[in-house]
Design a protein around this ligand. Structure first.
Ligand code: ARG
Length: 465
């Protein structure tokens, strides 16, 4: 058996010179994959239990290895583990320490496996947990949005297209649009669990193994759902990494979009919301300033999330099968995206708990820009039986008149309106009421108060689960 001599890599007998100093430094993934120590120990334990069950190793050796692994786990938790920077990664570090603790029998641990399957197994176990954590953070955020929405069902504001006033909406409806987005994010993360639930352990370097292993056993032990089908694909596949990074990126887009909306609404030009002092920063020269830095931070961080996804896509493009060192970067990219997303979700949650809505300003803004124009056109279709195109035209003329007279639609008298459309009666005036406008959009998914109430209630229920 190859000896794992001190300060010498496992391949020291074959490769007689030690790596160039610069490569020793940059080629190591230890600082990054240290984070997988627990997953590595859990997976190794399942592996040796399987080897024992299959009579590939004996009872004594199995117990010795498991004893050693437990001890190593404690050493790492208590920060007493002697990391050896000359060994490439956490996996080699643990194996080397196991050899120091129990001697040559430690070498049985690597029977019927390679670091290639070992690394992905650890990584998938970590990703499953982190996916579930992310979903929890998304749930917290959604709950906060639901609470704010619940308080603002009757808060009327203009909905925009092209950032121009378009039609009246409830602020709650606006916020509920983000609940949809974050719910889709949850789904995206959940969908990836299907791939994450395939167990790579046992495909070894790339072809499988000559030993009579039981991959279903480790699948069960490690709470995967099924073993992967093709050994070559298994060690080369990082689709589950791309899917995770993509889910992080899409979620970052949503965070960035709401951040941007809030920045605009908080601006002096809009003044639709007020950020309280907990979530603004000052200026070093302009004493009056209260700047929305946390929101800008969120918008800015989207860039690094895209960057990580693009790095992974680029690494995989044109990479022949199967394992290559290029793949080592996958963990750093995922850890960075995951950590950032966690911070961003929690920060956004905090921001949403620390702002106030300027209901009056929202309403005032909604009174500008003739935002009940579509309602008027719809009204003429309904009441005068006009084709929509005809009532659109009549409405445009009424708006021109209002604009010429420097009035909003609700300030026009019936007589003025009748100069354009004589068939209209007093009844039409209700159309210009903003609450009436919002509430009349009662088609499924529309902004009527009743619709929103129902949606909030149903999301509150489903999010409790
Ligand atoms: N440190 C490597 C990584 O994290 C371990 C994979 C080793 N496999 C190999 N064939 N060199 O990807």
């Amino acid at each position: 058996m190859a000896k794992n001599k001190n300060n010498q890599p496992i391949w020291g007998t074959r490769i007689k010179k030690s790596s160039s100093n610069i490569f020793k430094k940059v080629g190591s993934s230890l600082e990054v994959d240290k984070r997988l120590f627990n997953e590595d120990i859990v997976a190794s334990t399942a592996h040796v239990e399987m080897l024992f069950k299959q009579k590939i190793i004996n009872f004594k050796i199995k117990n010795k290895i498991i004893w050693g692994l437990n001890r190593i786990k404690n050493e790492i938790i208590k920060k007493k583990f002697p990391y050896d920077r000359n060994l490439e990664d956490i996996h080699m570090n643990i194996e080397k320490r196991l050899t120091d603790l129990i001697g040559e029998d430690a070498g049985f641990i690597h029977t019927a496996r390679s670091r290639n399957d070992q690394v992905i197994t650890d990584f998938k176990i970590w990703l499953k947990k982190s996916t579930n954590d992310t979903i929890k953070n998304l749930n917290n955020l959604i709950n906060t949005i639901l609470k704010v929405a619940d308080k603002n069902i009757k808060t009327v504001m203009p909905g925009f297209t092209h950032l121009k006033n378009a039609q009246a909406v409830s602020f709650a409806h606006y916020l509920m649009a983000y609940v949809e987005m974050f719910n889709r994010d949850k789904k995206r993360f959940k969908n990836n669990l299907e791939s994450l639930n395939e167990n790579p352990l046992g495909v070894a370097a790339l072809t499988g193994t000559t030993f009579n292993i039981d991959r279903n056993y480790t699948t069960k032990k490690l709470k995967f759902v099924r073993p992967t089908n093709n050994s070559i694909d298994t060690v080369s596949d990082r689709d589950f990494v791309i899917d995770f990074l993509y889910a992080c990126s899409t979620c970052s887009i949503h965070i960035s979009r709401i951040a941007e909306e809030f920045i605009i609404w908080n601006s002096d030009g809009y003044q639709l919301i007020n950020l309280n002092d907990k979530i603004v920063t000052g200026s070093s020269i302009m004493p009056q300033k209260k700047n929305p830095d946390p929101l800008e931070y969120l918008r800015g961080k989207t860039g690094s999330s895209f960057g990580n996804l693009f790095s992974m896509l680029t690494i995989l493009k044109g990479l022949p099968l199967s394992y290559f060192k290029d793949l080592q970067d996958d963990k750093e990219l995922v850890f960075k995206s995951y950590d950032q997303l966690k911070i961003s979700l929690n920060l956004l949650n905090d921001i949403l708990k620390n702002f106030t809505v300027n209901k009056k300003n929202m309403l005032e803004l909604a009174k500008t820009g003739f935002i009940t124009a579509t309602d008027l056109a719809d009204y003429m279709v309904r009441e005068l039986n006009y084709p929509f195109r005809k009532s659109y035209l009549q409405t445009a003329k009424i708006i021109n008149l209002a604009e010429k007279n420097n009035k909003s639609l609700d300030q026009l008298t019936l007589d003025e309106i009748k100069t354009i459309e004589p068939k209209l009666t007093n009844d039409v005036l209700k159309i210009f009421d903003l609450n009436f406008s919002v509430n009349s959009k009662s088609s499924f998914g529309g902004t009527s108060f009743g619709n929103i109430k129902k949606m909030i209630r149903s999301y509150k229920k489903s999010n409790e689960k």
